[in-house]
Design a protein around this ligand. Structure first.
Ligand code: FE2
Length: 292
């Protein structure tokens, strides 16, 4: 029996939203009770490349509970500081995989690279109910620690999950997700097995190509910048345009199938747990494992 190819079911143009201290973001989706991208909750693309976007501000101190936030930088960097006493800089090509667990307070301040650009993504991955109140954890991954697999016209940077014999750098993530940055040179083709039942999405951020290509060679033509949602199947295929390369981040994971109650930077399973967040903040026990 041949394996079924995943087709494109939806193409989402990101919406401009304003977060933090007046930061404009391109949001493909945010947390919702419908939780249609389970185990993924949010995908933001932030860039400060247009003068009308104004000065870089950032995300002053804010809390998180119940999720993992994954920052992947293409250009420029993000300086961060948190209530556990961690400080660091996420540089071009680097990743910060932050498991908030029961609670952290942090600030995230973007800075332009030498060519004046800032370009990066933030993905939120859910935590299962049993880990929402776990201790916070960080994985700081330098650009040179991410395996790069080059196969003809295809270059893959593997942040998390499995690709051929390679394993991504971020490990012990509850959702066991696949998170990779894929570049296909013009005329090239990329194919990967993704277990049936997994959610699969791709954010196309450079160029254009054909996604969800089936046995007949038919697929959906997508231009940057868009979020592509794939239907179920066992394999996924994409092709670059004949004259243009295409670059995208591909994400896949097994849905937790648990109720989701989001409230700003918190994502819990019940309304009661959200009320508890505010009670913990009020009585000073929100980030009690933290220095501040
Ligand atoms: Fe944050």
């Amino acid at each position: 029996m041949t394996e079924t190819m995943r087709k494109v079911t939806r193409v989402i143009p990101p919406q401009m939203v304003i977060e933090g201290a007046d930061v404009k973001l391109r949001r493909s989706f945010g947390p919702s009770r419908a939780n249609i991208f389970d185990p993924f909750l949010l995908f933001d693309h932030f860039a400060f490349n247009d003068p009308i976007e104004g000065p870089i501000t950032g995300f002053p101190t804010h809390p998180h509970r119940g999720i993992e936030t994954v920052t992947y930088m293409l250009e420029g960097n993000v300086r961060h500081r948190d209530s556990l006493g961690n400080t660091g800089v996420i540089g071009p090509g680097a990743v910060q995989w932050m498991t908030s667990g029961r609670g952290i307070l942090h600030e995230e301040l973007p800075k332009r690279g030498p060519n004046g650009r800032v370009d990066g993504f933030q993905l939120w991955v859910n935590l299962p109910a049993k880990l929402k109140m776990s201790l916070p954890r960080y994985q700081e991954i330098n650009a040179d620690e991410i395996p790069e697999v080059v196969d003809g016209p295809v270059r893959v940077r593997l942040i998390a999950g499995q690709y051929g014999s390679q394993t991504g750098t971020a490990t012990e993530i509850a959702a066991q997700p696949l998170y990779m940055d894929v570049l296909i040179e013009s005329g090239g083709e990329f194919e990967i097995a993704i277990p049936a039942g997994n959610t699969a999405i791709a954010y196309v951020f450079q160029g254009e190509g054909l996604f969800g290509v089936d046995e007949q060679g038919e697929g959906e033509f997508v231009e940057a910048a868009k979020m592509v949602v794939f239907g179920d199947g066992e394999r996924l295929k994409a092709q670059a345009g004949p004259a243009k390369a295409v670059r995208f981040v591909l994400m896949a994971g097994t849905p937790f199938q648990e109720p989701v109650v989001p409230y700003g930077p918190f994502v819990m399973n019940t309304d009661e747990e959200i009320r508890q967040v505010f009670e913990d903040i009020r009585n000073g026990t929100f980030a009690k494992d933290s220095a501040i």
